[in-house]
Design a protein around this ligand. Structure first.
Ligand code: GAL
Length: 838
């Protein structure tokens, strides 16, 4: 009788065959067949197409996963094609071989969200990343691998670096995230700005750079690798540029594209420093200048800066806010007009794309400081950039027989070589005035941290110990304690001229206690982490205890061999003004305790905080823990804690660390008025001088429950928690000021050249409820304080009320007909409007 069942051998064979096929399929899934992403001298080529790509940096651990989709959507809406992120090694491998990819470190989830939005990813694996991130992204344990030296031709370092890079690349492959697998990753980066170090360090550095390049390309990612600021990047790696401007840069081979991996949108804030801003007119100018030169990839660093939660800030002294003056602010709201003006820039450049990718520009002088850059395609497309580099005056130029007026320090874009549809200095996008609205205070209980040491947790040592070696960065804090005997016959005991205690520390801040009483504090700053405490100390006859709480404020992330920099009280520690003159305490016996008692008790968590008795509020006490319960404010607006009344410390909500706070550090620096014209640098347009460098601390909404949230803070100085409040952040007013001659996209598309429009838009879910101001004529002032000029159409207000009130979006043409006729013929007119969205 015939059987339909296969024989056992046949079964085995077909199983083997199936397994082999599966393996084959798997293998083909994990090795790039033909590269879908390539490059030539002009551009990155995706699926056979040269592309002009706009990219923006969004660092996944600097926001909550619940914010990611919205940030990515806003980036897409702003005209970006690519999201760039670093990979944060110390977040992913907190101890050797123990990996973490959850929550804010869920890299795969982040990349998949970018993919769902239809954008590409530029993955900067590093694993050295700089980034104002603790230790430049290196795990602290790496420093203690025997024989290690960072970022040089050193075997233990190279082994660890390779191990992590392989880990990330394999993870991306197995998740199918490279472009040839149908994923979004089109570019990878190895190392970060190694060129300048290589220059200083010579041979071993050169060997290391070559090794890093080879190691990376050997991983078969199927997408190009880049090395930023690395003139030496060997083929096939593309060397790219980082800076405020990128137009002087050319890659190291004529067959590589010109790429700007970090166009700095602003700059970071340091505790003690003012808050930097970069005018969008200058940022747009920089990008247009880069594209007109032939550049084809520009990444905004940062597009959303976000927050250095926990103790992730580098530095030292990098603030908790990493807002960066980016197009999307720290809280995830659009920064307008920055976001909108760049969106307009991207549209203008994308309309020119066919001509731009076809070849190199023809550059001609149009005057002393004026130039044209013209791109043409074989099929007849023509796009032109008209630039005026003069920092003071308009450039009146003739181009192809037509006249153009170019504002100072600006570039006009003409996607058809005739019509100006965008000028970098003429901002048509709406402005948003942001508001912080106080929504409630807290009822606090307090708990004093203990200045006395636990015998089982402390240890003694003769001499002073370096802090990082002792704490391994498990905490910001290290206690140093020593005894001082004062004889009965010390003359200061009678005269009252107390001795001076001098404490030299390698960083970053400290509190000094004499016999349990706070004697004073000292701290360093961004420029130099070292500090000296010097103050008179009330010692008594007999035994005195000097206790010093040394605090670190973020490990360095940049600089030559930053891993070897020290922290903590390294001495000398001296007492001056004794009968014997000077007594050196440096080499005597010191007792150490790592961290605070409250840290050991986990007071920041719900369970830890209920393990101790909290007392009535004790305001203005140093080394004090405070806790309060609160309900989430209504609505969806982003939240912040206003810490204005506090000194220095750390803050947690429901066990999650909001970060270090330090409103007691007042910003000093140059806050003179800002003019977009002329070369920008990070100190040019700063604000906040004379005020705390950072007053508000972002609380992600998703960290809150509707009721019963626990807030805990630890105050090092003697701040007053009764002044702390919760605030929501939203858009107060939206404004637009558009002139009759504003270059306009829409009008260009409809070929209706002289018809610019005011466009207003409220955030999702909000509508315009009030028109605060409207004038078609020659309105004066700026958003928040417009006034009517001597030319004003009486119907201005009615027109905006009719078109905009109750709407989320509205557009009104800036032409006399709309406003019932020309209020002042012969005068150049504009519309200015201010509205409120609710
Ligand atoms: C760059 C570096 C970035 C970041 C930036 C300043 O040099 O590559 O990681 O540190 O400077 O914000």
């Amino acid at each position: 009788m015939g059987s339909t069942r296969p024989s056992p051998e046949l079964q085995e064979k077909s199983l083997l065959f199936a397994a082999a096929t599966m393996a084959g399929v798997l293998l083909s899934l994990l090795t790039p067949a033909t590269s879908a992403v390539a490059y030539d001298h002009k551009a990155i080529i995706v699926n056979g197409q040269r592309r002009i790509l706009f990219s923006g940096s969004i660092h996944y651990p600097r926001s909550s996963p619940e914010m990611w989709a919205d940030l990515i959507e806003k980036a897409k809406d702003g005209g970006l094609d690519v999201i760039q992120t670093y990979v944060f090694w110390n977040g992913h491998e907190p101890s050797p071989g123990q990996y973490y990819f959850e929550d804010r470190y869920d890299l795969v989830r982040f990349i998949k969200l970018v993919q769902q939005a239809g954008l590409y990813v530029n993955l900067r694996i590093g694993p050295y990343i700089c980034a104002e991130w603790n230790f430049g992204g290196f795990p602290v344990w790496l420093k203690y691998v025997p024989g290690i030296k960072f970022r040089t031709d050193n075997e233990p370092f190279k082994a660890a670096m390779k191990n992590f890079t392989v880990k990330i690349v394999s993870m991306m492959k197995s998740e199918g995230l490279f472009e040839w697998q149908g994923g979004p990753i089109i570019l990878c980066q190895v190392e970060n700005e190694f060129g300048p170090l290589e220059w200083d360090q010579g041979e071993p550095a050169k060997a290391y750079a070559a090794w890093a390049a080879q190691m990376a390309t050997g991983l078969d990612t199927g997408v190009p690798w880049i090395m930023c600021k690395e003139d030496d990047a060997p083929d096939p790696i593309i060397n790219t540029w980082n800076g405020f401007y990128g137009d002087y840069f050319s890659p190291n081979q004529p067959y590589k594209p010109t790429m700007f991996t970090e166009a700095w949108t602003g700059w970071f804030t340091g505790f003690g420093g003012p808050v930097p801003h970069r005018p969008v007119e200058d940022l747009a100018f920089s990008i247009a200048k880069f594209i007109q030169k032939g550049g084809s990839f520009a990444n905004y660093y940062m597009y959303h800066g976000g927050t250095n939660f926990g103790r992730t800030a580098g530095g030292p002294f990098i603030a908790t806010s990493y807002d960066y003056d980016a197009p999307i602010d720290e809280f995830g709201l659009l920064r307008q007009p920055k976001w909108g003006h760049l969106k307009d820039l991207h549209r203008a450049i994308k309309l020119s794309e066919t001509a731009l990718i076809s070849g190199d520009p023809i550059v001609k002088s149009l005057g002393n400081s004026q130039e044209s850059h013209v791109f043409r395609s074989n099929s007849g497309d023509c796009a032109a950039f008209l630039a005026n580099y003069d920092t003071q005056f308009y450039g009146k130029v003739t181009f192809n027989g037509l006249h153009y007026d170019l504002p100072p320090w600006s570039i006009s874009i003409l996607p058809d070589c005739k019509t100006t549809i965008f000028n970098t200095a003429k901002v048509g996008a709406q402005t948003s005035l942001m508001k912080m609205n106080p929504v409630g205070n807290f009822s606090w209980l307090s708990y004093s941290d203990d200045i006395n040491f636990d015998d089982d947790k402390s240890f003694t040592f003769v001499g002073l110990l370096e802090q990082l070696n002792v704490t391994r960065d498990s905490t910001d804090y290290l206690w140093y304690r020593t005894n001082v005997d004062i004889a009965e016959n010390e003359s200061f005991l009678k005269s009252g001229a107390y001795p001076i205690l001098t404490v030299m520390s390698a960083g970053h801040s400290l509190n000094v206690f004499i016999n349990g009483q706070l004697a004073g504090s000292a701290y360093a700053g961004l420029q130099d982490p070292r500090l000296t405490y010097s103050g008179s100390v009330k010692l008594w006859a007999g035994n005195n205890i000097i206790s010093i709480l040394s605090a670190s404020v973020g490990l360095p992330n940049v600089g030559e061999h930053f891993e070897s920099w020290n922290i903590g009280v390294l001495g000398p520690v001296t007492l001056n003004g004794l009968n014997e003159g000077r007594r050196d305490l440096t080499s005597q016996t010191w007792t150490y305790q790592i961290g605070l008692k409250g840290e050991a008790l986990n007071l920041h968590t719900l369970s830890g905080s209920s393990s101790v008795e909290w007392g009535e509020l004790l305001p203005k006490q140093p080394l004090t823990w405070y806790k309060a319960f609160f309900n989430a404010p209504e609505g969806n607006d982003p939240l912040a804690i206003d810490m204005i009344s506090m000194g220095k410390g750390q803050l947690w909500i429901n066990g999650q660390s909001i970060g270090r706070y330090w409103p007691g550090y007042i910003a000093t620096g140059d806050c003179s008025p800002c003019d977009y014209r002329g070369e920008f640098n990070e100190t040019k347009c700063q604000s906040n001088c004379g005020a705390p460098s950072q007053r508000w601390y972002h609380v992600p909404r998703s960290w809150l429950n509707p009721t019963g949230n626990l807030m805990v803070l630890f105050e090092e100085w003697a701040g007053d928690p009764t002044g702390i409040s919760m605030a929501t952040r939203n858009v107060g007013s939206i404004c637009a000021h558009v002139s009759e001659w504003q270059p306009s996209m829409i009008s260009w598309r409809t070929k209706d050249y002289k018809n610019p429009k005011v466009h207003l838009s409220c955030e999702q879910g909000k509508r315009m409820t009030t028109i605060k101001f409207a004038s078609f004529g020659n309105p004066q002032g700026a958003c928040g304080y417009y006034s009517v000029g001597n030319c004003h159409a009486n119907k201005s207000y009615d027109v905006f009320v009719k078109k905009c009130l109750g709407q989320q979006l509205c557009s009104v043409a800036v032409i006399s007909e709309v406003f019932g006729g020309d209020p002042c013929p012969g005068v150049l007119k504009a519309s200015a409007v201010e509205a409120i969205c609710e």
